[in-house]
Design a protein around this ligand. Sequence first.
Ligand SMILES: [Fe+2]
Length: 241
Amino acid sequence: MSGKGYTDLHLHLIPAVDDGCRSLDESLAMAKALVSLGFVRAAPSPHHRPEYATVEVARQRLDELKAALTSHAVPLELFVNAEHFFLDDTLITGLPTARKLGGNTMLVEAPYTSALPMLTEIIFRMKVKGVTPLIAHPERCLEFEKKGSAEAAVNAGALLQLDLGAIVGRYGRAAQKLARRFLDDGLYAVAATDLHSPVGAEDWVGAAIEALGKGWGPKVLQTLLADNPGALLRGEPIVLI
Ligand SMILES: [Fe+2]
């Protein structure tokens, strides 16, 4: 399955910075699994929260990981990224120093179990500052179960990221159903793994990629896993499916 040119914009690959990989060995195993599935680039996204590693520590471990990938001949190119919390009071004030992707795109996660009445206002305030929110796994968040909420977010200028595991039921029936509807409606900009551990990764991510290709076609697969995430890293425009 190699040679697809996939890019993963949401994964917890950096060792010992958050609830993702706990050691360099785990990070290397995860990176090798991704490469075997056709990934060539990844922007590891440590949680940007007080209980986890600081920006400086995460940056240093990213550099160490890059060196380790080179010395182990694992061809996965890494970029700076972070998973920011959507409701955090510091979201807007912290925009200038946030760890954004090439074209000022910022990965943000919505709360799982509470609504976001300020959703479109927060998106608008970010857009005014020149930042585009890439909302992680909306199919797993209560806010987006509300009819029209995902469409409103996209219309306000946000991008939505599909967690691949949702398609194969890794997060339950409700998330699976919602992910399928958002795919049918062409609402996603990118798909990503949100990997936290290398255990079983090659199997379930592989199954999810296969299900995405079978269900929605090779063009959607290429757009969500290669063209659009690659364009976001380079700061170039994307196309919705
Ligand atoms: Fe995540």
